[in-house]
Each structure stands twice: as structure tokens, then as C-alpha cells.
Design a protein around this ligand. Structure first.
Ligand code: GDP
Ligand code: MG
Length: 439
């Protein structure tokens, strides 16, 4: 049967080493492009063929193999690019660990505060949240509610005190109460601005945090690199947290963090609940960025559709005019499978070739045909003539499948039409071969 690589192999070509030396995201974006182009090209070739044979699937298979190889190479490179390994919270050697959160407005800082408190609690650490976003009273209320949910104290001095003072006082309180860690929620703006940076710098100077984590929305596109660079230069970060990864972005923003700041992504947020915060695994992220999951299911589906023996068997049947209802069913199943393949391909950018409506149509058609063929006897399936000749048989199939006699008649007629078309096609091919042979 057709054999495809579905697992990663360590084979490293000269091309790989050349690329390894290549720098910047431009090269990588190009490689990603190759992956999708390779699959697209394979798909287009596959869609063009009616009956799959050893000969006509060879080329699309080559495309898929090449695409996978590329994906593999890029995958390894992406893992390295994102730091290679998991990196957890660092704790202070003595006194409370101070975790300062920074980031633009709406990225999920306040939510992350609560999630981190929840995470730390699970590690057996006592924790306190600090309300240093004083510009919106609602922000303090939000943090207070979240603190109650987690079951940790929230330190607040209302909206009158300065963030620096609040944070300093919170740290003293944590010290005196022997609290292991404080997580400081700060204000964000819609855009990076001077006063936000100055405020963060001041807070940082005042409490010398153990961690300064930049919270980044996974939907952030091209501007992620500039964002991370600015925060890192201005205040100095120790890592980042990527939020809203439960959305449908590929999370490409993850690629720039380490590269531009030298600091790792430590956590990812995957939802609004407290437990939706996980350590960041570069390996998984690389798969997501590349759409490896999609690629692998594509390959699996392809293998399903293209069992070569089946294709050859089918071709023999056609040549000997014995295309029957068993073959008909197989063919219909393949069409439906191709439909679900295209759904996977459709997940990739720029590849929406078959609409979901068309896929649903093919699947509906399959269910419709299947129920009638299932109601046929083995003999009837192999000898459709029996059904063509006997109205009684057609009525019986209709009754058993819950269809009308007319629908069964149409199915039988369709089979004979397909047979005739295939015979004609075969005749043409054989004719051409004969002509070519004469030359
Ligand atoms: P802040 O302005 O940075 O403090 O952002 P918030 O913590 O107030 O979050 C803004 C919105 O994003 C809220 O509606 C959160 O529920 C939502 N949010 C935060 N993190 C996530 C996440 O990982 N996934 C999803 N789907 N929503 C999130
Ligand atoms: Mg907030």
C-alpha cells in the first residue's frame, strides 16, 4: 500500500543545514509557504483524477512527501526558535516572590493574575494579588472577584494611591504574613505610551520583581516583535505569557518572543476559566504554528482513500464491465472521504477549495446511497441486472431502505450510466494506446 511518513525523522540534508544558517522569520515564512503550496498542489492533482491508480497518484504522493519533509525541518527549527524547553516560574531565594504583569489593555493581564494565583496555589504556595491598575475602578472590582474565586487575598488601596506605593506596601504585607508570592496587576493602554512605560519602570525599581512577564494576545500579528522589543528594552522582561490561544489564531506571535527578547514564553492561556493556564511547550506550539495536526490528518485521510490494491481492483472491474453496486458504494465513500480531506486542507490559509455545503452534500448523498445498497442482497449488488429486470426487487429494496421505488430505479439507472461512461472512457484510452502503439 502507499506508504507515507507520518512521524518525524532525524534525516538532515544539506538543504536543512543551509536553512539553519538562514536568519529571520522571512526565510521561515517562505518555508511555511512551501508546505502549504506542496499540499495544495497535491490536492489539486488528486481532485483532478476520477479513479485512483498507481500511476496517477504517484505525483501527488511525491508532493505530499516533500511537503511533509519541509514541515518536519521547519518544525525542528521552530522548536529551537521558541527556546526548545519548558520554563517555569522562578521563585525568589528569600522573601516573597514578586511577579509583575505588563501588557496592553485587554490582553488578559487581570485574568492571568487569577490563573497564576490558582497555579501557585496548586504548587502549594501561598499567594496574594495586588491591584495596581488604579485607572479603572472596575479593574479593582474584577481582581477582587477573581481573588475570591481562587481563594487568595487581594491587596488594594483603591484608586487614590500610586501603583509604586501600592506595590511596595503589598510586598511589606506579604513579608509580614509570610506569603510566598504576590502577583501584581498593572494598567494597560491600547497602545504603548510613555506614561505606561514610566509607571512600570517605577514599580519595577521599587520592588525589584523576580519575574516581569509580558502578557501578549495570541491574535497579535506582525506587530508582536515590535511590542516585545519595546517592553523588553524599556522595562526588561523575564518572560512572556501568550493568552487567548483557544481562539483560531495559529499563534504565530509565539515565534518572535524568544528571538527578539531572548526571554522564553512561560505560559499559555487557553480560555477564560482559572484552570485554563498551562506551561508553554515549544514542541506543541511548533506543531500548531505549522498546522502539523492538519498535515498528519491529511496524510491519514489520504492513506484511507488511496489503498492502491483497491484502486487496481476497481480498474479491473471497470475494464471487464463488472462495475457493480459494491464498487459503486466504494466510489461514493471515496468521494465523501475526499470531501473531509478538503475540510482539513481548508483549515490552511488560502486553501478553501470545496465549500462545507458541498461536503455536506457529498456526505448526504453517501448516506442516501448507502441505505439503499445495504438493503440489497449480495447477489443483487454483484448483478445489478437483477434489479433492472425486476420491479418486485426494486420495491423490496425501497421498502427496506425507507426510500421510494422511483429513487431505487434512479440509483440502478445511475449505475448503468456510470458503467457505460467508464466503458466509453476505457475504449478511448485503449484506442489512444493502440494509435500510440502504431507509431
Ligand atoms: P486586561 O485588560 O489585560 O486585564 O485583560 P482582562 O484580563 O480583563 O481580559 C480581557 C478579556 O479577555 C476578558 O473578557 C477575559 O475573559 C478574556 N480572556 C483573558 N484570557 C483569555 C484566554 O486565554 N482565552 C479567552 N478566550 N479569553 C481570555
Ligand atoms: Mg486588567
Amino acid at each position: 500500500s502507499v506508504h507515507l511518513r507520518t512521524s518525524r525523522t532525524p534525516a538532515r540534508s544539506a538543504a536543512w543545514r543551509r536553512r539553519r544558517r538562514g536568519t529571520g522569520l522571512v526565510v521561515r515564512a517562505e518555508m511555511f509557504g512551501q508546505l502549504t503550496t506542496g499540499l495544495e498542489s497535491a490536492w489539486n492533482k488528486l481532485r483532478g483524477v476520477g479513479v485512483l491508480t498507481k500511476e496517477n497518484i504517484a505525483e501527488p504522493m511525491r508532493d505530499i512527501r516533500r511537503a511533509l519533509l519541509e514541515a518536519d525541518i521547519v518544525h525542528d527549527e521552530l522548536v529551537q526558535l521558541m527556546g526548545g524547553e519548558v520554563s517555569d516560574i522562578v521563585f525568589a531565594k528569600s522573601g516573597p516572590t514578586v511577579i509583575l504583569l505588563a501588557g496592553l489593555q485587554g490582553v488578559g493581564k487581570t485574568t492571568v493574575c487569577a490563573k497564576l494565583a490558582f497555579y501557585l496555589k496548586k504548587l502549594g504556595k501561598s499567594c496574594m494579588l495586588v491591584a495596581a491598575d488604579i485607572y479603572r475602578p472596575a479593574a479593582i472590582d474584577q481582581l477582587t472577584i477573581l481573588g475570591k474565586q481562587v481563594g487568595v487575598p487581594v491587596y488594594s488601596e483603591g484608586t487614590e494611591a500610586k501603583p509604586t506605593q501600592i506595590t511596595k506596601n503589598a510586598m511589606e504585607e506579604a513579608k509580614s504574613k509570610n506569603i510566598d508570592a504576590i502577583v501584581v496587576d498593572t494598567a494597560g493602554r491600547l497602545q504603548i505610551d510613555r506614561s505606561m512605560m514610566d509607571e512600570l519602570k517605577e514599580v519595577k525599581k521599587a520592588v525589584n520583581p523576580t519575574e516581569v512577564l509580558l502578557v501578549v494576545d495570541a491574535m497579535t500579528g506582525q506587530e508582536a516583535a515590535a511590542l516585545v522589543t519595546t517592553f523588553n528594552i524599556e522595562i526588561g522582561i523575564t518572560g512572556a505569557i501568550l493568552t487567548k490561544l483557544d481562539g483560531d489564531s495559529r499563534g504565530g506571535a509565539a515565534l518572535s518572543v524568544k528571538e527578539v527578547s531572548g526571554r522564553p514564553i512561560k505560559f499559555v492561556g487557553r480560555g477564560e476559566r482559572l484552570e485554563d493556564l498551562e506551561l508553554f511547550y515549544p514542541d506543541r506550539m511548533a506543531q500548531r504554528v505549522l498546522g502539523m495536526g492538519d498535515v498528519l490528518s491529511f496524510v491519514e485521510k489520504t492513506q484511507e482513500v488511496m489503498r492502491q490494491e483497491e484502486a487496481i481492483e476497481l480498474q479491473k472491474k471497470i475494464m471487464s464491465a463488472k462495475f457493480d453496486f459494491n464498487d459503486f458504494l466504494k466510489q461514493s465513500q471515496n468521494v465523501a472521504k475526499m470531501g473531509s480531506m478538503s475540510r482539513i486542507i481548508g483549515m490552511m490559509p488560502g486553501m478553501n477549495k470545496i465549500t462545507p455545503a458541498q461536503i455536506r452534500e457529498a456526505e448526504k448523498r453517501l448516506a442516501f446511497v448507502e441505505s439503499m445498497i445495504n438493503a440489497m442482497t449480495a447477489e443483487e449488488r454483484e448483478k445489478p441486472e437483477l434489479l433492472a429486470e425486476s420491479r418486485e426487487r426494486r420495491i423490496r429494496v425501497a421498502e427496506e431502505s425507507g426510500k421510494t421505488e422511483q429513487e431505487v430505479s434512479q440509483l440502478v439507472a445511475q449505475l448503468f450510466q456510470m458503467r457505460a461512461q467508464m466503458q466509453k472512457l476505457m475504449g478511448m484510452v485503449q484506442g489512444q494506446e493502440a494509435i500510440a502503439g502504431m507509431g
